[in-house]
Each structure stands twice: as structure tokens, then as C-alpha cells.
Design a protein around this ligand. Structure first.
Ligand code: TRP
Length: 322
């Protein structure tokens, strides 16, 4: 799956065109992660307000014995396959524990970015000399389909960091159902879910006072300026985030502070923004335990075991094919 830069560029251009022509306007959060976006995201994960990363790390650090027993009750070896590994630092905690328990293990991060895979391989190879690291480049489903042929080893798919929260309900069910199709009956899926809680705690995680989350959102405008030849003036947009406790979803927006027109050269057109017009950026869904079970069943799985941090802010949920 070699994507030419031109092709990626045109997909980006097309998505920006579709989003900014829409009512309401939207931009896809899949384009947040250029170099600067990835750096800002690492910074978000270290913010005091951003609890999910710390919660998941606590679960992996303190319950690694229980997790290992759940992943491999019979002590048999398995292949860990991670969808969207980021810097892999949370997964490394599990891997370290598994290797210390002499598990016959391989680790395969899947990513579209060769750079991300190179970094992960270097980190894991340097830290774990006995681990087999097999990075896989491309899109999740075509890779998983190519792996489906039975190796006789259990595959454990990891989808951590509450990344599923960035999909709406239909897209989540669609995503998990497609995973189910490429999984064997013996394989497992381990997913990070952020739980519904005091709405003030959640709201703060998506709107830190230092403005890192704001910078992370605004960076997409910088990227459009650079890659598509646009003239967004960042000082004329502000980040706005809101948590809706009934729907249990955090949403982020960029708000146009004034009436303005923005030109995007590579689209050959301009876009008009009204005063206070909102551009929808991203959803981050939160869950209850019944909602997690229901999502599992709707996608062809059942919950095998849930793991919580001490505050019960977060849940890593282990699913088996149903
Ligand atoms: N998926 C995580 C979450 O929703 C991480 C994330 C994605 C995020 N985009 C974000 C965190 C924007 C803060 C701001 O929490």
C-alpha cells in the first residue's frame, strides 16, 4: 500500500473541500497528526487535566498479572497487534511484564506512517532484545485480512487510548464488525474506553487552561495553510470544547471570531465564515459499562473482562468473538 504524496495530498484536499463546503462546516481529525500535531498530542498526554493516558498506564502497571492471565489463560504464546500505537509507551509496560513472564510474544504495530513504524521498531528493539517486532504498514483491514490465514497462534488486537471515542456510534460498530471478520474465533480484542464521570473532569481534559488542546486543534489550520496554500489567520479562530452529559460526548470546534473569507490556493476557491460560525473538529465519546457491552454485542463480540483504574475513570475492555 504505497501511497504517493500526491495521492495523500489530494485526499487531504478533497476532505478539506468537503468539510468546508458543508453545513455545518467540519474538518476531519484524522489530519491532526503531522509532525507538530504529533508533538502537541504528546504534550496533551502529559497535561494534568488529561487523565485518560495516566489511567490506562495505571491499569497496565498495576494489573499486568491479571491482564496476562486473561489474555493467555493456558500460558500459550500470542501475537500482539496494535492499531494506532502512538509512541507505544503504554504498550511497552505490558510487553515488559509479558517478557518477564517468559511469554512467547511478537509485537506488530500497524500504522500508515513509515516514520511512526520506524520509531516504534527502534524503541521496542532497543528496549526488548528478545522481542520479535514486526511493523506492518498500511490500512488496518487490508493488513489484518492478509494475516487471517491461521498461524495457530492467538492474535490479540489492541486499540487503546480511547481512540474508539473519536468515532460516532455507527462508525464504531462498523469498525468493530470489520475487525470481527478478520479475527479467528480464538483471537481477542483489547480496547480502551473513557468512562462517563463528573462532566467537569471531562470538560477540563478537552479544554486545558494552558491552551495546548487549543493549539492542537488550530494546528490543523496551519497544516492547511502550508500544504494547501491557504491563508487562515489563526488569531481569527478560537478553540471551543463542550461536554454533553446526556449524549456523553465531548465535542471540539474552531469558532470564527469575525466575518471573514479564507482562500485555499490548491482548491482554487474561497470559503466564507460568519461571525461566530463553528467548524466541527472532533467527537470524543464517553461510555457506561452497559454501553460497552451493548457495543460489543452489536459488533459480534462479548465482553470477557473489564479492567479499571482506581478512580474508575477509564476501562480497558477485553472482548472475545461471540
Ligand atoms: N482519542 C483520545 C481522546 O479522545 C485522544 C484525542 C484525540 C484527543 N483527539 C484529541 C485528546 C483532542 C485531546 C484533544 O481523548
Amino acid at each position: 500500500m504505497q501511497n504517493s504524496p500526491e495521492k495523500e495530498m489530494s485526499a487531504f484536499a478533497e476532505d478539506v473541500l468537503r468539510g468546508l463546503s458543508g453545513t455545518p462546516k467540519f474538518l476531519s481529525s484524522r489530519y491532526f497528526y503531522d509532525d507538530e500535531g504529533s508533538r502537541l498530542f504528546q504534550e496533551i498526554m502529559r497535561l494534568p487535566e488529561y487523565y485518560p493516558t495516566r489511567c490506562e498506564l495505571e491499569i497496565f502497571s498495576e494489573q499486568s498479572d491479571d491482564i496476562l492471565r486473561a489474555l493467555s489463560p493456558d500460558g500459550a504464546g500470542f501475537d500482539l497487534i496494535e492499531l494506532g500505537a502512538g509512541d507505544g509507551s503504554k504498550t511497552a509496560v505490558l510487553v515488559e511484564h509479558f517478557l518477564a513472564n517468559a511469554v512467547d510474544l511478537s509485537y506488530s504495530p500497524i500504522d500508515i506512517s513509515q516514520q511512526a513504524l520506524d520509531n516504534l521498531s527502534a524503541t521496542f528493539n532497543a528496549r526488548f532484545s528478545t522481542l520479535t517486532v514486526e511493523p506492518l504498514r498500511g490500512d488496518y483491514f487490508s493488513i489484518l485480512r492478509s494475516l487471517k490465514k491461521d498461524t495457530g497462534r492467538r492474535k490479540i488486537l489492541l486499540f487503546l487510548g480511547s481512540n474508539i471515542g473519536n468515532f460516532d456510534r455507527d462508525a464504531s460498530i462498523d469498525f468493530f464488525s470489520q475487525l470481527r471478520e478478520v479475527m479467528s474465533d480464538n483471537d481477542l480484542l483489547f480496547i480502551g474506553f473513557d468512562l462517563h464521570k463528573d462532566p467537569r473532569v471531562i470538560a477540563a481534559a478537552y479544554d486545558d487552561p494552558q491552551g495546548v488542546t487549543a493549539a492542537f486543534n488550530l494546528n490543523l489550520l496551519t497544516r492547511i495553510n502550508r500544504e494547501l496554500g491557504a491563508n487562515f489567520d489563526l488569531s481569527k479562530f478560537s478553540h471551543y470544547a463542550v461536554y454533553r452529559p446526556v449524549e456523553k460526548s465531548a465535542r471540539s470546534f474552531l469558532i470564527s471570531r469575525e466575518i471573514q473569507t479564507v482562500k485555499i490556493e490548491s482548491l482554487g476557491r474561497t470559503f466564507a465564515f460568519d461571525e461566530w460560525e463553528a467548524v466541527f473538529m472532533e467527537i470524543s465519546q464517553k461510555y457506561t459499562l452497559p454501553a460497552i457491552s451493548e457495543l460489543a454485542v452489536a459488533s459480534g463480540f462479548k465482553v470477557s473482562q473489564n479492567f479499571f483504574d482506581s478512580d474508575r475513570y477509564y476501562c480497558d475492555s477485553l472482548w472475545q468473538p461471540n
